[in-house]
Design a protein around this ligand. Sequence first.
Ligand SMILES: [Fe+2]
Length: 380
Amino acid sequence: MAVTGLSRLYGNGCINQMGELAQLLGRTKALIVADKGIMQTDIVDRIKAGLDNENIAYAVYDKNEPNPPIRASEEAYEMLVAEGCDFIIGVGGGSNMDCAKGVNILKHNPAPLMQYANFAKPFNVGDGLIMVPTTAGTGSEMSDGAILSDENHIKQNFIADGAFADYCVIDPELMAGMPPKLTASTGLDALAHAIESHMGTLNNDFIQFMAEKTIDQIAEYLPIAVADGKNMEARGKMAVAAAVGGYLLVYGHTCAGHSIGQTLGGYFNIPHGTACAYALPWVIEFNAPAIPAIVKRIGEALGCEFSGSETPEQIGAMVRDAFIVFRDEKCKLPSIKTFDYDESKFDEIAQVCADEFFQQFNPRTMTKDDCLAVLKNMYA
Ligand SMILES: [Fe+2]
């Protein structure tokens, strides 16, 4: 196959080119990393059909879980070795793509995986990884990190410079079947990536350029995708926004919204985007005194009209409320109280949130008591 035959890796139906891509990369057998939910769709069958067309073999690991455990990556890696696979296709939302990244780390570095968490030990960046997002949210397809849970349900960050997938195949058709709740939760995660990278201490002109466009695009198209999942223009715009959000994760990271959101998600098994979307308005308000102009720009995208005489605190409160209206009324995200929770754990969780890795990028230092106040507001 000529290189020019691989016409596109973004667009409706581009998933059908998976076999051509594998052939171009000189690979012979794929480990497809999925979960039970993805196996109930025709997506893996479409990938298999593309691979069959080019005589590329495959094995499927379908036992991954939400908030992916480190042990799932280890199990899938054992399958990769046993089956003699020479590349990995992560297909699904962030959970499956992150699980696949964990497999790829093990493919190129000695076990155990946990030794590479949170920059404790550098790991080699290895090739042989293709991402197929089926949601528009996590940006894992474009980011250089994976978030995996240890045996205590604590989220661990596995990040390395340049640890990107070789390719991501972004096909909005694969996202058209997402129900409204999942569309909202994942889309709000992408919005959180753009907002938090823009608020964070690594913000610069480059990040601002991408973050503002991403925020604007999600503010316009996420409510449409939630209301009409078959609207392919909205699905395409969200797929691109989510991927750019992944790029923002690489260069801008997140800040306190994700520190609290992903910690809470790990404790109470709340979908990542939902937990972040509940934490974020309170974090935006908390940060407004330090970065009022940035918070104001975020508010404008969400429909705020400012007179120009607002104090930073007033800006924070207005944008907090605008975010909540966007989340609850336009995106119709269900209440966080629909997930089981235990208030007696809040004190312990607040400490983990305050110590979490991404707090270092928040523009204002957030203490344990600040985190506890956010948790209480989220559940008020
Ligand atoms: Fe996220």
